[in-house]
Every structure is written in structure tokens, then in C-alpha cells.
Design a protein around this ligand. Sequence first.
Ligand SMILES: NC(=O)C1=CN([C@@H]2O[C@H](COP(=O)(O)OP(=O)(O)OC[C@H]3O[C@@H](n4cnc5c(N)ncnc54)[C@H](O)[C@@H]3O)[C@@H](O)[C@H]2O)C=CC1
Ligand SMILES: O=C([O-])CC(=O)C(=O)O
Length: 351
Amino acid sequence: MNSLVRASKQALQNAARSYASRGAGGERDVVPRKVAILGAAGGIGQPLSLLMKMSPHVTNLALYDIAGTPGVAADVSHMNTIAKVKGFAGEDQLHEALEGSDVVIIPAGVPRKPGMTRDDLFKINASIVQGLIKACGEACPKALLNIISNPVNSTVPIAAETLKAMGVYDPKRLFGVTTLDLVRARTFYADAIGVDVNSVDVPVVGGHAGTTILPLFSQARHQGQAQKELSAEEIDALTKRTQDGGTEVVQAKAGKGSATLSMAYAGALFADSCLRGLNGTAQTSEYSMVQSEVTSCPFFASKVRLGPSGAEEILGLGELNELEQKGLDVAIAELTASVEKGVKFAKDGSL
Ligand SMILES: NC(=O)C1=CN([C@@H]2O[C@H](COP(=O)(O)OP(=O)(O)OC[C@H]3O[C@@H](n4cnc5c(N)ncnc54)[C@H](O)[C@@H]3O)[C@@H](O)[C@H]2O)C=CC1
Ligand SMILES: O=C([O-])CC(=O)C(=O)O
């Protein structure tokens, strides 16, 4: 069972328990953990706020945006789960929102419209992410930072350089959220071979844009009897669909933004794993874009073991087939260029 399903069941159980014992005093053995969401009034931010309010690991939830957060906070604060919720609006309140945070999730910034690439968002989102990361470096330098804002392939290196310049960079605490690529690969693969999606595991490595997203179907695992063996053409189609998953949603939304609900789900899964790692839960791992020596590219998404100090171990890629190896070469070239673009922006502001 994945952690969010478990978390949702736990939240519902907690809710039922507290409902049944209103006034009984409700003692609970929970590690106090504060999570801040920056961009909490947005398309991702709102459902993500809902899901983090349901997490059994969150005791304090700070919802920050340039506007609109008092309403979102008032709304989710009525849910009878353990997290205390507070809304913060406008830059004056940013530091207060961040202080004491264990995990900061950042889905702030503009989304794509049809015809745009994620890199087309760089001009606007680079500065937004840099500003927010500076505030994190000042107010909560030890927090685990979960970057959702696109282009992730550049915003993560921007964050790293910004924190470095402030003297507070810890590579173990900075994560680009690529979980949605894994969520999609699992869904598409389980559908294609006809097995229970909860039994499926598909590694997805590289970055988070087009051909930098590299699903490794040769390493896919599942339980139960598959209804179907996939041909090379079918694997190729699944690879392309995973790489273009974001565009599929952008086109379907026809100008009204990109993935928000599935992203909120993926973001909550990832943040929940970060919290479980912080709490010392054994065997907590996720795929994420981190500073890495797994390939020649200085930032790369692969499997990461999460623990009390963040990314405690970065695992290798395992064995790739010939096609995947070719895909890896393509991914590294494009990802390296996006990383360099981010580093350059952070150093000299060039767009
Ligand atoms: N990593 C991933 O897998 C995915 C990333 N994304 C990215 O997430 C970002 C957000 O997407 P949506 O929520 O759909 O956009 P949205 O436009 O619905 O929401 C963005 C929110 O950010 C806020 N914001 C803008 N500047 C801010 C600032 N300086 N401080 C705090 N908040 C600020 C806006 O007020 C808005 O509420 C986009 O860049 C999108 O491309 C989207 C889907 C998947
Ligand atoms: O495609 C986009 O612009 C949003 C995104 O990153 C995704 O859905 O994977």
C-alpha cells in the first residue's frame, strides 16, 4: 500500500476516533512537524494543502501565497485532523510562515499553456523560486526543500546556487519533485499489462521535462499474473506517454493550466516520505532530482534513501538496456544544459 493511501486511511481513522471521543482529551504519540506550502492558493497548492492536512505526520501547516491564503487556510482548518493550520499572505508574512519548518513545499509560479515548454516558464519562475529560496535560507535553513515549480531541471540548480551564496547549502536537503513521473509510469504500465497498480514499481530517472524523463521499463516490477507481455513498440509508446504526460494534461486543459490534482497527490506522497525519513522510519525512499554523482550531470533524479538528515544515500541506476542507455545519453545532454542555465541565472541574473 502506498504511503498516501496509508496516510489517508490513517487520517480517516484519526478523524473517526476524535469524532467518537470528542472531549475525551485525545492524547497521541506524534512527532511535532511543521510543513510550509509556498504557492498554497494555486491550482496545485490548494489540493496539496488539503492532502497535507490529512497527513498523520503534520502537526503544523503554514499556507503561504501572495494572496488568497486566508480563505484556503480557513477552509482546510475545519478538517478534524491533527495539523493546526495558518494562512500567510504577502511578502511581509513569508518569514513567519517559514520559521520552524521541517519541510517546505514550493509549487509557486506560473504553469504552462498549450504550445509552451516547461523551459518557457523560466523567465518568470526563476526569479519567483530564487526569492522564495532566499527566504528559506534565512528563516529555515535546515528545512527539507521540495521544489515543484517548473522548469524543475533549472529551478533546483537555481535553489542550490542561491543557498550556496548564502552559505547555507546542504545538498541533502534540496529536492526536485519528480514523483509525478513515477506516478504516471506506474499507472500507464499497470493499465498496459493488466495488473493491480498498487503492485507496480517502475523506476523513472533523469530530470523533469520531455526526453530528460527516463522511465526504465526494463526494471519494472509487479506482483500477480500480467495479462499481457509488452512488445518493444508498446514499451516505446509507454516511454513517450510518460515523457509527454504533462503535455497530455496541458492540452486537455486547453489553456486552463497544467496538472494540479495528480501533482498535488504526487507532491503529498513525496513530502510525506520526507517527513517519515525525518522521523527515522526505516526503508523510506523516493525518486527525486538531487545533487548527484550518479552521472556526469551535477543534478539528476534517481532513487534516494530518506532519513533524519534528508537524502542520506543516492542509489545508482542499475542495469539499462541498449535503448535506455541511448535515452540516458540524450537526457544527460539536455539536463546538463538546463542545469547550466539555472546556475548562470543564479550567478549573474541572465535569463
Ligand atoms: N514538478 C512537477 O511535476 C510539476 C510542476 N508544476 C509546476 O508547478 C507550478 C505551479 O502550478 P499551478 O499550481 O498549476 O499554478 P497556479 O498558477 O495555479 O498557482 C501558482 C500559485 O503560485 C503563486 N505565486 C506566484 N508567485 C508567488 C510568490 N512569489 N510567492 C508565493 N506564491 C506565488 C500564485 O499566486 C498562485 O497561487 C508551475 O510552475 C507548474 O509548471 C506543475 C505540475 C507538475
Ligand atoms: O507539464 C507541465 O507543465 C506540468 C508538469 O510538470 C507535469 O505535469 O509534469
